[in-house]
Design a protein around this ligand. Structure first.
Ligand SMILES: [Zn+2]
Length: 723
């Protein structure tokens, strides 16, 4: 695999953080509330907060503060940029790039707080603000990046870069800003820039609508059961949740099933009733594809076409070329080479697994052919039969608080940092817990806001974001968030996680650590502001510890007895670790291939009206087996249409090559080896985007990453025999 050509995608300004949620659009009816601005001096977003670390003052923040702060932030940022371009002095690093770094702090504060509120605790007002501000913010960003006077100053500095005696980080910032402006179209004639501005604004609006559509389409679905027999196999938790859902919707003597992820996947794993599985599976996979007002088929085509047009204006054959150029991959050929190398063995493994599941169906006298909605259910049965292992056995050992403390403990082992609760600092929701991270010398380093539980106002999935990034220039500490959809919790009962949820917690905590351990000068190079196909490395790396017996012994204690997980259970978990990997890899790679197919289309390609038909055709050509669908179907593929992973969904597996290889360093010297941990901190975790990622990686590992540990981990070694 070509990992040698490396270019950085630093996410300047207030770009999405790792796993960041796409902006969600609003509904119509809340306009009044949002535009009724209170007195300006009441608005806690308008001035830096006086709370510890400059933490947002959520106790004082009202929804009515959000829009005025964003609007005022845009005005202030424009004035600050104006002061740079009006400066009669010749451009210097300080009066141009450093001044740019200092600009926009009000907007950054408002935008970051708003983005997390809207994603983690959305309401009609917030959605309305998202819809209203998306095109304005796109225009605002373009106005800066396409400002000819600003570009002239940056370009002059870039030309003279060898004579400026810049530090390594300053040189990196200059290079990144120059590249960023060129990629935004700063070098183009005015007419083409005008078209770029239009495209960006239309895209901002369409991306919001796309997200809105599939969310609303999914939310409109409910499946009501009155026959108790159909509940057979479901866990008590799931049944209780369905009963509560029915009561809330005022159905008597009934159970109601929504498309919330824990519900859908709980049913797919547990429900003996095949019809129930099929109903939920089809509804889940068809979000945004129901030929109603929420249909995303055409929107997907339009978004892809606009991106192709923009890429052409910027002199790239396709959007995938445009994206890859600024990532580690460098070129879509490198992406496709890796995906194709993995696809064949993954598919072969999946076909093998499908045959095994069919055997199970036949052995039980099922008398039907394995369908996509049967996969999870029969995978559990085969796992139980072959490994005497049921994932549910793990749950009592994975109490949420203990898993969280396990993640903290890992950070203590590797980097000497510690965590303490800060109940004096307000969260944005009663369920949010705020923790302070202290370095080995007890110096406070920053805060992490942990928001674990599922609720209707929260977007699906899990992500990390930041209210503020670390910068010595601005003297700011990192304020990061970890958001997920665990639960539901039964009142008074401990929250017990599944194994994959425990991994998710460690994953997002890895992103949080990347933000918290940052030690750079310039905010736009801070923490997770790194290449998209590099940013998953710290997060995925931390997942590696979760199934390790030494790690489980530290945190996986029974929630009632405090007993460690029994050795037989740990052994069974490890023996079964490659089980169903063919399915997981195939499902993921299928979505990656669909993403690339969408974004490798050039500007002259005919418009796509039926996104699902396009996807089906791509998958037919790739030989996907009928028992599996891509993990995300195109009409609700939030990573690539509304989100920031277009032509970049491959990043997860790309970074897996790195994380599997990086974890070998710990295997070699000890899982909790402080020296390796310290080296990782110095070379990768603290440098953010201030260094070239491959250079940083080479310094950590002493050699380029090898793909072998990943192939071994996922059981894909047979790739070289060309199966
Ligand atoms: Zn991630």
């Amino acid at each position: 695999m070509n990992l040698t050509r490396l270019v950085f995608l630093a996410l300047f300004g207030v770009a999405a953080a790792a796993c960041a949620p796409p902006a969600e659009p609003p509904s119509e009816d809340a306009k009044e509330t949002a535009s009724a601005a209170p007195e300006a001096d009441d608005n806690p977003l308008l001035a830096p907060s006086t709370l510890p670390y400059g933490a947002p003052d959520f106790a004082r923040l009202r929804d009515a503060h959000l829009l005025p702060a964003i609007e005022q932030g845009m005005r202030a940022a424009r004035e600050e940029i104006g002061a740079i371009t009006d400066n009669p002095e010749p451009p210097t690093f300080e009066n141009t790039l450093e001044a740019w770094e200092r600009s926009g702090q009000l907007l950054s504060r408002a935008r970051r707080v708003f983005s997390q509120l809207n994603s983690a605790d959305g309401n009609d007002t917030r959605r309305m603000i998202a819809r209203e501000t998306a095109p304005l913010l796109a225009a605002h960003d373009d106005a800066i990046l396409l400002d000819p006077a600003l570009f002239a100053r940056v370009a002059a500095l870039y030309e003279a870069r060898d004579t400026l005696a810049l530090s390594a980080e300053q040189a990196r910032l200059l290079d990144r800003r120059h590249t960023q402006m060129l990629r935004a179209g700063a070098g183009l004639p005015e007419a083409e820039q005008a078209r770029l501005r239009e495209i960006n604004q239309e895209l901002a609006t369409l991306r919001n609508r796309f997200q809105d559509n599939f969310r609303d389409d999914g939310a409109a679905f409910v499946h009501v059961l009155r026959d108790r027999a159909a509940l057979s196999g479901l866990s008590a938790d799931l049944v209780a949740r369905a009963a509560a859902e029915a009561r809330e919707r005022e159905y008597e003597e009934a159970w109601a099933f929504t498309l919330a992820e824990p519900v859908v996947f709980g049913v797919l794993r547990e429900a003996d009733d095949r019809e129930l599985r099929e109903t939920l599976y089809r509804a889940y996979k068809n979000r945004g594809n129901n030929a109603n007002e929420f249909d995303n088929n055409r929107l997907a085509g339009r978004i892809a076409a606009l991106r192709a047009e923009r890429a052409a204006l910027l002199d790239h054959p396709s959007h995938a070329h445009f994206i890859a150029e600024d990532n580690m991959a460098g070129h879509p050929d490198a992406v496709m080479e890796m995906l194709e190398r993995l696809w064949t063995p993954a598919l072969a493994n999946a076909a093998h697994e499908a045959a095994r599941l069919q055997q199970q169906i036949d052995a039980e006298g099922g008398g039907f052919e394995l369908a996509p909605w049967d996969w999870w259910y029969y995978a559990e049965r085969v796992r139980a039969a072959e490994y005497a292992f049921d994932e549910e056995q793990l749950r009592p050992y994975l109490e949420l608080g203990r898993v969280r403390d396990g993640a903290f403990d890992l950070a203590t082992q590797l980097w000497g940092v510690s965590f303490r609760r800060r109940d004096d600092i307000p969260g944005y929701h009663p369920e949010v817990q705020v923790f302070e991270m202290l370095d080995g010398d007890e110096r406070g380093m920053g805060l992490v806001y942990m928001d674990f539980m599922a609720r209707p106002s929260k977007r699906f999935g899990a992500w990390m974001s930041a209210f503020q990034v670390q910068s010595t220039l601005l003297d700011t500490a990192p304020l990061v968030t970890n958001t997920s959809n665990f639960g539901p919790a039964t009142e008074g009962e401990p929250v017990l996680l599944s194994f994959s949820q425990a991994r998710t917690l460690f994953h997002e905590f890895g992103h949080a650590i990347h933000g918290l351990l940052s030690e750079v000068r310039h905010p736009s190079l801070s923490g997770t502001a790194v290449a998209r196909d590099f940013v998953e490395l710290p997060a995925q790396l931390l997942e590696n510890w979760v199934p390790e017996p030494e790690m489980l012994a530290r945190f996986a204690l029974h929630h009632e007895t405090g007993e460690p997980m029994p050795t037989e259970l740990v052994d069974a978990l490890r023996a079964a670790r490659r089980f169903n990997e063919g399915f997981a890899a195939t499902e993921y790679l299928a979505s990656s291939l669909v993403d690339m197919a969408w974004h490798l289309r050039g500007p002259a390609a005919p418009p796509i009206e039926d996104a699902i038909a396009f996807e089906d055709e791509v998958m037919r050509e790739r030989g996907l087996i009928p028992q599996i669908l891509p993990r995300h179907r195109s009409t609700h593929f939030s990573h690539i249409f509304p989100g920031g992973y277009s032509a970049g969904y491959y990043s997860y597996i790309w970074a897996q090559v790195l994380d599997a290889d990086a974890f070998e360093a710990f295997r070699e010297q000890g899982l909790f080896d402080r020296e390796v941990g310290e080296r990782l901190r110095q070379t990768i975790l603290s440098v953010g985007g201030s260094r070239d990622p491959m250079e940083a990686y080479l310094e950590f590992r002493g050699a380029p990453p090898s793909i072998e540990p990943l192939l071994e981990r996922r059981g894909l070694q047979q790739v070289d025999q060309g199966i």
